[in-house]
Design a protein around this ligand. Structure first.
Ligand SMILES: [Ca+2]
Length: 503
């Protein structure tokens, strides 16, 4: 108004001068507003935190030629797909605890499926708890912390009450129809079996369909306040139960399990393979293993469809530009490689996880990063992206720079550990190599060069050409675990049981 009056009084005033005076006027007004009302605050981002259980990288966006995952692929197009993302311990509870507290397993001392981190760290502030402390609504639907799967579906599992404002435990017809499941490994319980069901009925009757439905309901209800909402899916964890139509995506002539022989494994120390007993594939036949793989892929596509429902809901509610979406699996999953099935190995297919972050406002869209990142990096990353203070004591590092430039400099390798009864297995992954040692080397070691051996068929630990590489990597493992990450002895070390259960 003032400028319009000025132009009327002096029609010859130059346009540039009007513009500069307008800028001064706006700046002055902002200063007055700040003095009157305090600093302006940008609308905070929401977080949609999507967890899947036991999903490996058999996904379209990771280059798999058979598996159909159009919705997870769609999410990857919106953000960054991490090609070398690793869990800290390839078992449910230790991995999820590490991620949710931002601490390594030797800090949380959770190595099994029973111990709760609050018994060791009673006052630790978990990731959703941090968001709650800063005014967010935090809720989970389904499995975020450990949860016996399928045994504890419908309960709170090994949850952490201080982490949430609200929590929902779906239970679908898959629980009521467990008696219909075919178990190819009848000596094993459903939670660690090669078992499957081509289910009748629609997606929304299944537990994971209800996870999506309830998550969407929470988003709708809380869309006008900052939220951290976690959707924890139970599949593709066994038993591999999905509606029939998802099995039809994978005709058996497309389903192939590595048939062996595994002569190259004579150079591998025994603990490297002891996660699968009886060996191979828990004693299933080749045909049974193929059926299990078909079913595993069917459950991936089923979960993918539920992820699509969540993304559609964000679009419908105009929340996609205000909501950071994270997609992660708690660890990888063997489907026959090296004769192994499931997790708890230190090979790539057990330690590696799918990880996608789509963050509005970051520059990289549809990019792939080859940097070695860890699930425990998620805690500082989400705090950083949302402008929350990052607590002291976290072991991860923010990935924000990689979300702008997937090739950004990065010098942090990924560390993964397991237990074998009375001794640990420690490993480090760089962008080219993995080194593993069992009981600090007393039970053997492994070295792989992924530039020349992507399938881990040549253990190079005795190859003179790699002597210096081995020394360097061994030094990284030993310095990492020599000080603050000195391993505690797991409670079950005495009886030698670290496998099995319902991870
Ligand atoms: Ca798991």
């Amino acid at each position: 108004m003032i400028l319009l009056v000025a132009m009327k009084i002096n029609p010859g005033l130059r346009r540039r001068r009007v513009f500069s005076e307008w800028i001064v006027f706006c700046a002055f007004s902002v200063v007055l507003a700040i003095r009157a009302y305090g600093a302006p605050v940008a609308a905070p981002f929401n977080v949609l935190f999507i967890a899947v259980d036991d999903m490996n990288n058999n996904l379209g966006c990771y280059g798999h030629e058979v598996v159909q995952s159009p919705n997870i692929d769609r999410l990857a197009e919106r953000g960054v797909r991490f090609d070398r993302a690793y869990c800290q311990f390839p078992l449910c509870s230790p991995s999820r605890t590490s991620l949710m507290t931002g601490r390594r397993p030797d800090v949380t001392q959770v190595y099994d499926l029973k111990k709760h981190f609050r018994s060791v760290m009673p006052d630790v502030v978990t990731l959703p708890q941090l968001f709650m402390k800063h005014g967010y609504y935090a809720a989970r639907v389904g499995k975020i912390y450990h949860y016996g799967n399928p045994g504890q579906i419908g309960t709170d599992g090994l949850d952490d009450l201080p982490s949430w404002n609200e929590r929902i435990n779906p239970k679908g017809r898959d629980k009521a129809e467990e008696h219909l499941i075919t178990n190819h490994t009848p000596q094993r319980g459903l939670g660690s079996s090669l078992s499957l069901l081509k289910a009748e009925g629609g997606d929304e009757e299944q537990t994971d369909g209800i996870v999506a439905t309830e998550t969407i309901r929470l988003i709708e209800t809380h869309r006008n306040q900052p939220f951290f909402i976690a959707a924890g899916f139970y599949r593709p964890h066994c038993p591999y139960v999905a509606p029939k139509k998802y099995f039809d995506l994978y005709p058996m002539d497309k389903v192939h399990v590595p048939p062996g022989p595994w002569d190259y494994l004579k150079d591998v120390p025994a603990p490297a393979l002891s996660s699968t007993k009886p060996y191979p594939w828990f004693g299933a036949t080749l045909e049974q293993a193929r059926e299990a793989l078909q079913a595993y892929w069917a459950t991936i596509s089923f979960v993918d469809a539920q992820v699509g429902r969540l993304l559609d809901a964000l679009d419908r509610l105009n929340l996609s530009e205000k909501t950071i979406v994270v997609f992660w699996s708690d660890h990888g999953y063997h489907v026959g490689e090296h004769g192994l099935w499931m997790k708890q190995s230190e090979f790539e297919n057990s330690a590696r996880v799918p990880l996608i972050i789509a963050a509005p406002g970051r520059k990289a869209k549809g990019g792939m990063s080859g940097r070695t990142v860890e699930l425990l990096d998620l805690y500082p990353t989400l705090a950083d992206l949302c402008g929350l203070p990052i607590p002291d004591g976290l072991d991860g590092r923010s990935l924000k720079g990689i979300l702008d430039d997937p090739g950004a400099a990065w010098n942090k390798p990924a560390f993964t550990q397991v237990w074998r009864g009375t001794f640990p297995g420690h490993s480090v992954r760089t962008e080219r190599y993995r080194y593993i040692e069992w009981d600090n080397g007393r039970e053997g070691s492994q070295l792989y060069d992924y530039a020349t051996d992507s399938e881990e068929k040549r253990n190079l630990n005795n190859d003179p050409a790699y002597a210096q590489v081995l020394l360097d990597l061994r030094g990284m493992v030993r310095s990492h675990w020599a000080s603050e990450y000195r391993p505690a002895r797991p409670a079950n070390a005495r009886n030698g049981r670290t496998n099995g259960g319902n991870p």
